[in-house]
Structure formats: C-alpha cells, structure tokens
Design a protein around this ligand. Structure first.
Ligand code: GDP
Ligand code: MG
Length: 482
C-alpha cells in the first residue's frame, strides 16, 4: 500500500527524535516538521495538519514536563493519538446483523469502484457466514449488469438484474423483494454513477433509496482525489443519508491519507478500504489498529535494506514466504530466537522498532530476557521435528509436554509457559498472513533461489514487530517495558 510511505516517514521522524540524546525544542520541532511534510505529501488538508501540530505542542509542553517524564514516550503517544483523531469520524456506523435482513445501498461516482466494492462487501460477509445477495440497479451504464453478474458468479453470490427494464427503481424494488423472500440477510443494491455529481444522479439515488428503504447507505469513493474527498463526501451526504464510507484504490495513490482524513472530517465513518482489484483486496478499517499498523509497518524499504545487510541473499526468501502464508511454527520461533541471540544485544534489536527503543528493554533486564530465550531453546531442542514443524498447537498433548520437560531438565510448567509464548507469538505473526512482499526486484530475485537453499535463519523478528506495531505484545514477551 502506498500508505506505507506515509507511515514510514512518520515513524522515521519519531525514531530520529527518539535517538536524540536530549529532547529539546529543536528536536521536537524537527520531528513535527518531518511529520507535517509527510502528511502534506499525502494530501492531508493543511488545516488538519496545522491543528495536529498545535495540539501536539500543547500536550508536549517541554518546559512543563518535569525531568522525570519520559518525553519520547509522551511525544510518540501524542502523535499516535493525533493521527487517530485525524482519521476518526467520531461516530460508529450502523452495522447490519447476521440473520436479520438488511438492505445496503451503494452510491458513488462512476468509476469510483462501486460494483467492485459491492462484490467485495458481499464476499467478505459470505465468508463470515452471511447470506448476501446483489441487486444491479444500474441501468445507466452499458454492461453494468454483465459486470455485476460476472463478479457475483465468481464469488457464488446470488444476483438480480435485468437487461430489459430501464427503471432502476423498479429493478431495485423487485430485487430486494425477491431476496427478502429467499431469506437473504444482506441485500446489496448497486446503483449507477455519473462522471460527476449531477442533479440527475442524486435524484435517481433518492428515488431508489425511498423505494428500497435501505438500512445503510454506503458511499464509495476513489482515494486518488485526496483531500477533495471532503467536498464530494459532503455533497453525497446532503442528498442521501450516507451511513458509512468505503474508500477504494488505496493501493495505487499517494493521496490515500488525504482522502481518509478528509472523509473523517465530514464525520462519516470509513468502514472498509479497497486495496486492489481482486475480491479479497478489501480490509476492515478501524482507526487505532490502522494507525498502529501504519506506523508499525513503517519502514519497509529500511527493513529490506536491513535484510540485505545481515543475511546473504539466497537465505532470505523462505522465511518471508512462510510468513506470508501464515505458517508460524515452533521451528520458526526457534530460529528467530537464534537470530536474536546472534544479533547481539537485545536492546539493539528493539531499537529497530520505530519509536520504541530504549524504554522497551531496560538495561538491567537484558540478561534476564536472554536467559529466558535460551531456556526456551533448550526445551525446543527436546522436541521432535513433527512438533517443531506443526502449526497446530493442539498436537502438544500432555505426554509430549512431559517428555519435553524431562528431556530438557525443565519443569512441565515451564514447557507450558514456552508453548503459551509460542501461541501468543503465532497469533501476532498470523497478522503477517497475506502480507504482500515486494513483487518486483528483490523478491523475484529471492524466489529464484528458494529451493536451492535450506531455511536460512534471518533476523526477521525485529522487522515483524516493526510491521505490526505490537510493541505491547513484545514488551510482554521479554518481560520488559514499564
Ligand atoms: P463503478 O463505476 O463505481 O461501479 O466502479 P467499478 O467497480 O466498475 O470500478 C472501476 C475500476 O476501478 C475497475 O477497473 C476496478 O477494477 C477498479 N477498482 C475498484 N476498486 C479498486 C481498488 O481498491 N484498487 C484498484 N487498484 N482498483 C480498483
Ligand atoms: Mg458500477
């Protein structure tokens, strides 16, 4: 996602600030200016950026912060909170309930991604056990019904439309009625768009809405318009009761951040974002996790650089591959532990986490954490290949646990603790599933060597955490933090 650039710039700015020996006015200003620049580049409205800067300065009044305060942390927290505020519409969207029939109408300009998004939305819910259905009430665009039909067929979702009928209201009403009878619980009405906001479009929208009485109207918007999203979202809101927004094409434009913040400024909640043309390139949008990830995934190119620096080229691909498949096994955990120990002081590993360097791993705790990792590894040395390579924690039954404890001279309780740690990490790492690694260049070169080499351990843990921004989880793991 292009947003990674934005996140990367912001986390780099925070990192730089964090690395400074003394945090004074100058360091703070440099950090804020860097963040400002990144936000403006993502086309965030100037006023929003300025307000953010003012707020942070108010919160982080350096003179008022007594010596004991952790300025780095306060600044990081303030930046995080302000970013959240910038993207938060301040109110939740109506959410349809599974099993209870709801009508959801999609509106938006032509080409914004309505039809694609309708299918993604239906598909997303279908996978969660809903019974969605699609109604094509777009009689304006030639081929609209064919397009919806094709998408729906691919996703095996029932659809309704007509080649003959030219009245979108009639089609919408008929379709909704039919799927209500068929007990569908999510009836999605796709409407027509226009090239620009026109009275005729808004009129048609109103009529379809009046006739089908949707429980939720979703406005679909192309993120490439950046902060102009504000006016567009306002205009639609004034004509129809927009309950939620889906911002599309977040994969292709540097202006995504601007679009998201502009929509939030109209007080319309964004519920999903579209990140590609495919059915599953669709993500729930939730402000806090989004911002954590944005900052956490941060410096992707920096991460790749780091890999190249520490690990020979031909040993890199398999780990990345496994992670993107979401198969986090005990063996991977073992290898990551090995890497951590190899890489030197744990505090250094942590310093690669944007914004969470020294505090995470207080000096005195390093030895403790290192010992813990070694203890875990000894226990894993007593495990069989089958156990190490399984990603199903259920195979670890009582007798296996007892055997491992005996074999490593540890207590059952400790083995269980290690397995708990594994489960917790596996859960975090599962977020890596589906993560897209750079397609061109690096990765293709990497994959060519994939089978040629054994699994080469690589210091992936630090980068992972970077991507996930789950500093809290990691603090728990190594008993660090404050
Ligand atoms: P509609 O006119 O509003 O119904 O828009 P469509 O659903 O027909 O989409 C217009 C174009 O945008 C199509 O080529 C889609 O494949 C593309 N599109 C939709 N959503 C996304 C997205 O999230 N990312 C990318 N890259 N393309 C998208
Ligand atoms: Mg369409």
């Amino acid at each position: 996602m292009v947003l990674a650039q934005l996140g990367g710039s912001i986390s780099r700015a925070l990192q730089q600030m964090s690395n400074a020996t003394v945090i004074d006015e100058k360091v703070l200003n440099e950090c804020l200016n860097e963040i400002t620049r990144a936000l403006l580049q993502a086309d965030v409205q100037f006023k929003l950026v300025r307000d953010m800067q003012t707020n942070i300065k108010k919160i982080v009044n350096l003179e008022d912060l007594a010596a004991g305060h952790n300025k780095r942390k306060i600044i990081q927290q303030a930046v995080f909170n302000e970013l959240c505020k910038m993207l938060d519409a301040g109110k939740p969207s109506f959410t349809p309930k599974k099993g209870k029939p709801s009508v959801v109408m999609f509106v938006g300009l032509q080409g914004s991604g309505k039809t694609t998004t309708c299918t993604k939305y239906a598909y997303y819910h279908q996978k969660k056990g809903w019974k969605p259905a699609l109604v094509c009430a777009d009689t304006f665009r030639a081929g609209a019904f064919d397009q919806l039909k094709q998408n729906a067929t691919k996703a095996k979702i029932p659809f309704y439309g007509s080649y003959m009928e030219s009245d979108p209201v009639k089609i919408a009403v008929d379709g909704v009625e039919r799927f209500k009878k068929e007990n569908c619980d999510l009836i999605i009405v796709d409407t027509s768009g226009r090239h620009k906001q026109e009275a005729a479009l808004f009129e048609e929208m109103r009529q379809v809405s009046e006739a089908t009485k949707p429980d939720l109207v979703i406005f679909v918007m192309d993120s490439s318009i950046g902060q102009a999203a504000f006016d567009q979202a306002q205009a639609f809101k004034q004509s129809v009761a927009v309950g939620a927004v889906i911002v599309t094409k977040m994969d292709g434009h540097a202006k995504g951040g601007g679009a998201l913040s502009a929509v939030a400024a109209t007080k319309s909640p964004v519920i999903f974002i579209g990140t590609g043309e495919h059915m599953d390139e669709f993500e729930v949008f939730d402000v806090k996790p989004f911002v954590s990830r944005l900052l956490g995934m941060g410096d992707w190119s920096g991460f790749m650089d780091k890999i190249h620096e520490v690990v020979p080229m031909d040993q890199q691909p398999e780990l990345l591959q496994k992670l993107s498949e979401g198969n986090f096994t005990l063996r991977i955990m073992y290898e990551q532990f090995q890497n951590i120990l190899k890489m030197g002081p744990i505090s250094q590993v942590f310093s690669m986490l944007p914004g969470f360097s020294a505090e995470l791993m207080p000096k005195g705790r390093e030895k403790e954490s290192q010992a813990k990792i070694k203890r875990y590894m000894t226990m894993m040395d007593s495990m069989t290949n089958e156990e190490l390579d399984s990603s199903n924690p259920k195979i670890m039954n009582e007798s296996r646990i007892m055997r491992i404890a005996r074999g490593s001279g540890r207590q059952v309780r400790e083995v269980m603790e290690m397995l708990e740690e594994y489960k917790r990490l596996a859960k975090i790492w599962s977020k890596m599933k589906g993560l897209k690694f750079p397609k061109k260049g690096d990765m293709s070169a990497l994959s060519r060597n994939m089978n040629a080499q054994q699994m080469g351990g690589m210091g992936g843990l630090q980068s992972l955490m970077k991507q996930m921004g789950s500093a809290k989880d990691m603090m728990g793991m190594f008993g660090g933090g404050n």
